[in-house]
Design a protein around this ligand. Structure first.
Ligand code: ADP
Length: 176
């Protein structure tokens, strides 16, 4: 039995992430999806909000997919939960460069854990959380990119921020 760990910020989760998690589950007997609690970038949704959306998208009894929040180094957490593999997705060349560097650093930290990258589904190649946030913040329709409850949460969040007098520019990061 091989347990795989799929870590990301999921701010918010979209169909590209969902596709990677489901395909990973076809390869590995168990997939633990990790919602990184403290990314070094501007985050729109709290960890509680992000985890609730990821659970709704991926967790169901007997699915072999579970969802947890984590705060430590990815390889430390993977080791703690007994995962031998870290799963990531690759969309474009710039993803490869980042993932390659992270995989080498992770190997140095823990040589017992390997990174497996799945190539993005053509249909979802263009999706990124930052693009989705930007479209939603400008009132665009993201219903083909995220589940309906994520689309509703985006609308509600930007409405709430507008009511609080926050500018959308405070919230958008150039990174995913
Ligand atoms: P983080 O910035 O915390 O790594 P992201 O949500 O941006 O989180 O991405 C997490 C992982 O999901 C990365 O490996 C990324 O390449 C992958 N990913 C993001 N968007 C897509 C997509 N549209 N298709 C496939 N994989 C994706």
């Amino acid at each position: 039995m091989t347990r795989a760990f799929f870590p990301a910020s999921f701010d918010p989760i979209h169909y590209g992430h969902i596709d990677i998690a489901l395909r990973a589950r076809e390869i590995f007997s168990e997939v633990v999806v990790g919602v990184y609690a403290r990314p070094q970038k501007n985050i729109l949704f709290s960890v509680e909000e992000r985890i609730a959306m990821v659970r709704r998208a991926l967790e169901s009894p007997g699915s072999g997919i579970s969802v947890v929040a984590y705060e430590e180094l990815t390889v430390h957490f993977a080791e703690k939960i007994g995962a031998k593999v870290v799963v990531r997705g690759l969309r474009v060349f710039s993803d490869f460069e980042l993932e390659f560097r992270m995989a080498l650093a992770n190997k140095r930290l823990n040589s017992g854990i390997d990174v497996v990258c799945l190539i993005a589904n053509e249909q979802h190649m263009h999706l990124s959380s930052s693009t989705i946030r930007e479209i939603a913040s400008l009132g665009g329709d993201v219903s083909s990119m995220v589940p309906h409850y994520v689309a509703s949460a985006l609308i509600a969040k930007y409405q709430e921020l507008a009511n609080d007098g926050k500018s959308r520019h405070d919230l958008i990061s150039i990174r995913d």
